[in-house]
Design a protein around this ligand. Structure first.
Ligand code: HEM
Length: 381
């Protein structure tokens, strides 16, 4: 058994006490309106002049340089078009991070993920909430206006952090802030998406090709509320939201399999409970349960959600259930329920694409995405 599998099974043992979990959830302070990061300081008047000169040229896989722009919006836009991700290494150190440096960040994120067990958090891992943060940071993308997406990490700012869909994500942002302090050269968008990659790879899922290059943006780049999906809706809504990002039906079904991990929290979304019996392991159990279990509407005072008829301990959102009510979607649910490797392959491709939404190609520090090593692989050496 691999270490990741062992760790996951240890967590699973701890994951079978729903009552204890529920009371922990109830005890947690739902302080979901806090912000992990202050808005950046407006550049000082003295540096207002646009210094459109390459202050540093970095050669990580080719094109990589950064420019220090003024605080005018148009200059910012122009600046960000040519700045590369290593802009975040500007910290006057002339430091150009290498793949090994990003691997160090990955390793630190993986370590923090595991500290959840000691803290009695959820099912013993911060992986699920890291994945949700990475997806919500990216899923605001609108292909028509080419706005939103993971580039500017705008959830650091109050307007976007306060969007109802992002309730509870301050927990992930706060934890990752400690990583940012340790590796100040990484941009928030890179940090958050890397945490999503680590969540999948550390919890037994496929490798997620990833590249750095996102830059930190400004509050003015926050997206309007309503770009993320509403769990109480059906297939039309799902399509409207994900087509806007540029995904097709197959990719939509593959992506929503992210609900292999984690659970809903009453004090965050109003919904309650996990989707599977192993919420800290990436498996295709979500599709198998969706297809083979009998799902009934839960009788309770909360929002409409489904529960499994057999144990009443699992849940599905109306949007999850829509995947087996819609013919086109159901085709893919069946395919993924029957073939976990097929889902791993499609999930990996779709997640990589999701995490790069809104990031201009010129910003990436490498053309070929990187596959970072899991901690398991590193320990086996
Ligand atoms: C129709 C699309 C989707 C809807 C309506 C939806 C909705 C939700 C809701 C309501 C929660 C519960 C939040 C809470 O109470 O803590 C949740 C959690 C989660 N979602 Fe989604 N989601 C969707 C797609 C996705 C996708 C594409 C991914 C990743 C690829 C994802 C990953 C997660 C994870 C990992 C959690 C668990 C978080 C935790 O345990 O703290 N979701 N989602």
């Amino acid at each position: 058994m691999s270490l990741a599998a062992l760790r996951a099974s240890v967590r699973r043992v701890g994951a079978v006490a729903p009552a204890a979990r529920a009371s922990r959830t109830g005890l947690r302070n739902p302080a979901f309106r806090r912000f992990s990061t202050e808005a950046p300081q407006t550049p000082k008047k003295t540096s207002n002049t646009v210094l459109f000169g390459a202050l540093g040229v970095a050669a990580v896989g080719g094109v990589a340089f950064w420019v220090y722009a003024s605080n005018s919006d148009s200059a910012r836009e122009a600046g960000s078009a040519v700045r590369s991700g290593v802009q975040s290494a500007k910290a006057a150190t002339n430091f150009t991070p290498s793949k090994e440096d990003y691997q160090k960040v990955y390793n630190r994120i993986a370590e923090i993920m595991e500290t959840a067990a000691d803290k009695g958090y959820d099912d013993g891992s911060y992986g699920p909430i890291f994945l949700r943060l990475a997806w919500h940071a990216s899923g605001t993308y609108d292909k028509e206006t080419n706005t939103g997406g993971s580039n500017y990490a705008t959830m650091r700012f109050e307007p976007e952090a306060k969007h109802g869909a992002n309730n509870g994500l301050h927990i992930a942002r706060d934890l990752l802030e400690t990583v940012k302090q340790e590796f100040p050269w990484i941009s928030y968008g890179d940090l958050w998406t890397l945490a999503g990659v680590a969540a999948i790879q550390e919890e037994g899922g496929p490798k997620i090709p990833w590249r750095p290059g996102r830059i930190d943006g400004f509050e003015t780049q926050c997206t309007p509320d309503g770009r993320l999906p509403d769990g109480s809706k059906g297939a039309d809504h799902i399509r409207a939201i994900f087509y806007r990002m540029g995904f097709n039906d197959q990719e939509i079904v593959a992506l929503i399999g992210g609900h292999a991990l984690g659970r809903c929290h009453r004090d965050r979304s109003g919904f309650e409970g996990p989707w599977t019996f192993s919420p800290t392991s990436v498996t295709n159990e979500f599709y198998r349960l969706l297809l083979n279990e009998k799902w009934v509407w839960k009788k309770w005072d909360g929002p409409k959600q489904l529960e499994d008829k057999t144990t009443h301990s699992l849940m599905m959102l109306p949007t999850d259930y829509a995947l087996v009510q819609d013919k086109e979607f159901k085709k893919w649910v069946k395919a993924y329920a029957e073939d976990e490797q097929l889902w791993f392959k499609d999930f990996s491709a779709a997640l990589s694409k999701l995490f790069e939404l809104g990031v201009p190609e010129s910003q990436f520090v490498t053309r070929e995405p990187w596959i970072l090593k899991s901690t398991d692989e590193q320990e086996q050496k």
